[in-house]
Design a protein around this ligand. Structure first.
Ligand code: ZN
Length: 154
């Protein structure tokens, strides 16, 4: 496992759409392992492959109750609404209050291509939405609650 550099806001790759994963090979497994290592070292709760410069639909999430890897993730249902502070490892020092669903169901594959479904609320629901957004080139600053602005702590 190796740490990979996290790309930041200045890099236009963050606005690109990631591609569907079709090959479940050793290269994918290494990418996922590196993403987990990078997430752990950065002290975040979620990371999308595009944030380490790879345009593949892969995310890893760890909200303190174990690591989850999802390849080709898709939000399949949403309920309610939550407004909470959000930040991003690619936008260091920036945060804002976003609007997200309160509860989501997400499906995705693991490194072997097997499908899984997870249901989450609170931070984890937000995290699934935030990381899935990354795969479509969307950042949390696009989801700010009405009247909210981006705050900077530097
Ligand atoms: Zn992010």
């Amino acid at each position: 496992m190796a740490y990979r550099q996290i790309v930041t806001e200045e890099d236009p790759i963050l606005r690109k759409k990631s591609r569907q994963v079709e090959k479940f090979d050793q290269r994918l497994a290494s990418l996922i392992d590196d993403m987990k290592e990078t997430l752990k070292r950065a002290g975040g709760v979620g990371l999308a492959a595009v944030q380490v410069g790879v345009l593949k639909r892969v995310i890893v999430v760890d909200c303190g109750d174990g690591e989850i890897e999802l390849v080709n993730p898709e939000i399949i249902s949403e309920e309610g609404e939550q407004k909470e502070q959000e930040g991003c490892l690619s936008l260091p020092g920036e945060w804002g209050v976003t609007v997200r669903p309160a509860i989501v169901k997400i499906r995705g594959q693991d490194r072997n291509g097997k499908w899984h479904i997870y249901k989450a609320d609170g931070l984890k629901a937000r995290c699934f939405c935030h990381e899935t957004d990354h795969l479509d080139g969307r950042l949390f600053v696009d989801r700010l609650a009405q009247g909210e602005t981006i705050h900077r702590t530097e």
